[in-house]
Design a protein around this ligand. Structure first.
Ligand SMILES: O=C1O[C@H]([C@@H](O)CO)C(O)=C1O
Length: 600
């Protein structure tokens, strides 16, 4: 029942690579053989019981969540993805992988590629440059919510150089689950009036949860509180540990909506990695994790009596609970061989911080710093450039377009074109999307972020992109505000494709240039996802050194569906010269272009 990571079962073949000059360089730098990992995946709908209630999930090779990919930094991963969904397209995004030189493999429908048609196969091919805890997921419509996800673990090529040591590791991929099917959710969100999807019915750990049933009761055989079905598909995870050891627990969140809080009863955790980047280690009793983020924590099994079972609990926060509230997901930390797995912990599960205790969350966010100093030099951490070349301020709010409730960024609700941007830009097909740039700032300096947006502001749908020249330092300020409902502002975790960025800081209220003095430019953490708190701002910085078309969006799936994102077209001139896999672009105007050139 324990699931200490085993040798990767998903790695169908490891093919020895040709020793081209570049491979040799990687070999010399990393002192290890970079390999090619070839995978064949089939996506299909399948009956499954993620929370013990039978439903339909998007499965890969017959499993949910999809297979875990395990690779070593420097490896090339090829995934031949066949779509067996019969009546819908599909794509998969490799979350946290920067796709240097392979922007066509980023797996974003209408942005980096055409959705893969039913019955067709598309081969993703990319290099995993940096060790860390990553995951993959659908990026077409709301297919992530339908269960299209799995883990992607990249190990250090030279584990001895890792800044911390451990005796074993576990991997926990967190998600949330609804009983309403995702097609219905999409229609509900786009309806007039909007019917919001509501809070999830269950939180899943590695695809397993419990609906309407306290797992505590599962272990108390005298209780009839719930009907534990013993179904393999929803059996709680058990992490088996030995005393006086150190374990690395990888935790990633691919939730559609829920912000989560992770804790292990009676154990402190040492945070050491965030989004594939090492951080200055610090101890916590609990850790917040937002959709799109990943962490590694070290668990020392020398805390308290080295026997017994302890609750691992994952609670929901950041959104007001409904009645009944989404119950925390629970798993078991089991000290073996002294304690049988079936012996339930002797006390109730730990209690999470209350859902709107943002002070607690902000303390945690502010504690995350990059690992610097002698230990960090092997990992190429560089502090950010001290000054930006361009600052883009993105106002996060809602508005109504006609009668539809939409999320708008600087008054624009993102819609995607039928020709992927990458192809349109590469081949100069200007009529594939609006050529006008979206604004770098929101309209009025007197905008009141404390109030709902004025409805007469002419919010619009647009597929416009920010064109970013190469090798520039870009600052983005995420400015949160009141949504349409009075006295409401929600949490949004923003994820950037193609890059890690430095998180320069968080602040309350409205950002002004004077807030620059608050920026941490010494040891800001590198991440690919960052949260903006209600009524606050978050500042981030990145350098445009990766030609491609990259989405930057709220990782809450219904919010993206409702337009909460922007597109960065980076180094357009370089994109025009790049080699791109044309298979990614056989739709829309690029598809027509290929067809016409063939006929000629
Ligand atoms: O996107 C959302 O829509 C609802 C609400 O604004 C409209 O019902 C909500 O809480 C969201 O997060």
């Amino acid at each position: 029942m324990g699931f200490i990571l085993e040798p990767p079962s998903s790695r169908t073949s490891v093919v020895a690579t040709m020793f081209s000059v570049s491979w040799l360089l990687i070999f010399l730098v990393q002192s290890s053989f970079a390999r090619v990992i070839d995978l064949k995946w089939e996506v299909e709908y399948k009956h499954w019981s993620p929370d013990c209630i039978e439903s339909v999930v998007m499965a890969i090779n017959g499993t949910f969540p999809g297979p875990t990919i395990e690779a070593t930094a420097g490896d090339t991963v090829n995934i031949a993805l066949t779509n067996h969904l019969h009546t819908e397209g599909v794509v998969i995004h490799w979350h946290g992988i920067t796709q240097k030189g392979t922007p066509w493999a980023d797996g974003t429908a209408s942005i980096s590629q055409c959705a893969i048609n039913a019955g067709e196969t598309f081969v993703y091919s990319f290099t995993v440059e940096k060790a860390g805890t990553y995951f993959y997921h659908g990026h077409y419509g709301m297919q992530r919510s339908a269960g299209l996800y799995g883990s992607l673990i990249v190990h250090e090529a030279e584990p001895v150089r890792q800044p911390f040591k451990y005796d074993g590791e576990f991997n926990l991929l967190l998600s949330d689950w609804w009983h309403q099917n995702v097609h219905r959710q999409e229609v509900d969100l786009s309806g007039v009036p909007i019917r919001f999807i509501g809070e999830p019915q269950a939180i899943l750990i590695n695809g397993k949860g419990q609906y309407n049933c306290s797992i505590a009761a599962h272990f108390d055989k005298s209780s009839n509180v719930c009907n534990f079905t013993e179904k393999e598909q929803c059996k709680p995870e058990v992490l088996q540990v030995k005393p006086n050891k150190k374990y690395r627990i990888r935790i990633a969140s691919t939730t559609a909506l829920a912000s989560l809080n992770f804790m292990i009863q009676g154990h402190k955790l040492e945070v050491v990695e965030a989004d594939g980047n090492y951080v200055k280690p610090f101890l916590v009793d609990d850790l917040d994790i937002y959709s799109g983020e990943s962490y590694s924590v070290l668990l020392n099994t020398n805390q308290g009596p080295p026997s017994g079972n302890y609750w691992i609990s994952i609670g929901v926060r950041g959104r007001k609970p409904e009645d009944p509230p989404t119950p925390p997901a629970l798993a078991i930390l089991n000290y073996y061989p002294m304690t049988p797995v079936s012996k339930h912990p002797s006390s109730a599960p730990p209690v999470h911080p209350v859902w709107n205790n943002y002070t607690h969350s902000k303390l945690f966010s502010n504690e995350i710093k990059a690992l610097t100093g002698p230990k960090s030099k092997d990992f190429n951490y560089k502090p950010p450039p001290q000054k930006q070349d361009r600052r883009i301020v993105l106002l996060n709010t809602q508005n109504k377009i006609k009668k539809n409730v939409k999320w708008t960024i600087n008054n624009i609700s993102l819609t995607l074109p039928s020709t992927p941007y990458l192809g349109a830009i590469k081949y100069g097909i200007d009529n594939a999307f609006t050529q006008e740039s979206p604004p770098d700032h929101y309209n009025s300096p007197s905008y009141n972020i404390e109030e709902p947006p004025p409805l007469e502001t002419n919010a619009i749908y647009s597929n416009a992109v920010y064109k970013l020249p190469s090798n520039k330092v870009i600052d983005v300020i995420l400015q949160n505000a009141n949504m349409l409902t009075k006295e409401h502002s929600e949490i949004h975790p923003w994820h950037l494709h193609g890059h890690d960025f430095w998180v320069l800081g968080y602040g309350e209220g409205k950002f002004s240039d004077a807030n620059e003095t608050l920026f941490n430019t010494v040891d800001p953490p590198l991440r690919n996802t960052v949260v903006v708190y209600p009524y606050g701002w978050t500042a981030l910085r990145f350098v445009t050194d990766n030609p491609g078309v990259w989405a930057f969006h709220c990782h809450i799936e219904p919010h993206l569906h409702m337009g909460m994102g922007v597109i960065f077209a980076e180094a357009v001139e370089e994109i025009k010269k790049m080699k791109v896999n044309k298979e990614a672009l056989v739709c829309g105007l690029t598809g027509k272009m290929f067809m016409n050139s063939h006929n000629d």
